[in-house]
Design a protein around this ligand. Structure first.
Ligand SMILES: CC(C)(COP(=O)(O)OP(=O)(O)OC[C@H]1O[C@@H](n2cnc3c(N)ncnc32)[C@H](O)[C@@H]1OP(=O)(O)O)[C@@H](O)C(=O)NCCC(=O)NCCS
Length: 160
């Protein structure tokens, strides 16, 4: 029997979400952050306070997101990023799908995240999954100075 490669088929892609190892992958997280964002980079101390997850495709870390738990029972998404060379191929949507599954399975009642007001990609993606803008925070980002929109998705209907 021919192997998939010799028959012209694409070999199956192995895609997984894997929790970042701390502190072993701190440097890797900081490097990834600099590749994806032009500014507003998290410090190693910031990363230590987050629960970070990799999107790994064929053993390559092509995406990353980080979570914090809010006092109100919401999952706060501190960052979501896909390496520039892998953007616009559906990996952002895959990661957002996984974030919702993760939040639901972990028992969170909502998800909240800040996004630059100019970040049309992230705002469109969040809206696609039902997030709504709950408020705007003026001057939230520093480099360059810009307002943030806070986007929120309720996962459970209030009872009663
Ligand atoms: C935002 C980001 C995660 C999206 O990931 P991606 O893999 O490129 O997104 P996808 O290919 O899954 O696209 C999903 C949808 O997002 C929106 N989108 C993605 N890139 C876009 C762009 N450049 N302009 C407008 N909309 C865009 C579209 O609605 C798109 O759906 P469509 O392809 O059917 O039009 C990615 O662009 C990124 O990492 N950007 C830099 C980091 C960042 O800004 N993160 C968010 C702040 S925390």
């Amino acid at each position: 029997m021919k192997s998939p490669r010799s028959s012209g088929q694409t070999p199956a892609m192995r895609t997984e979400f894997r929790k970042a190892l701390m502190p072993g992958e701190l440097r890797s997280l900081c490097t990834f952050d600099r590749k994806v964002f032009p500014s507003d980079h998290f410090s190693p101390a910031d990363w230590r306070g987050y629960e970070a997850w990799w999107l790994v495709v064929n053993q390559r870390k092509i995406g990353c997101c980080a979570f914090e738990t809010q006092d109100d029972g919401c999952l706060y998404i501190s960052t979501t990023g896909i390496l520039p060379s892998f953007q616009r191929r559906g990996y952002g949507r895959l990661m957002k799908t996984w974030q919702l599954i993760y939040a639901r399975e972990s028992g969170f009642r909502c998800i909240e995240t800040h996004t630059r007001k100019s970040n049309v990609a992230m705002i469109a993606l969040n809206r696609e999954f039902g997030f709504q803008v709950s408020r705007t925070e003026r001057g939230y980002y520093e480099d360059p100075r810009e307002s943030a929109v806070v986007m929120r998705l309720e996962l459970q209907r209030p009872t009663g």
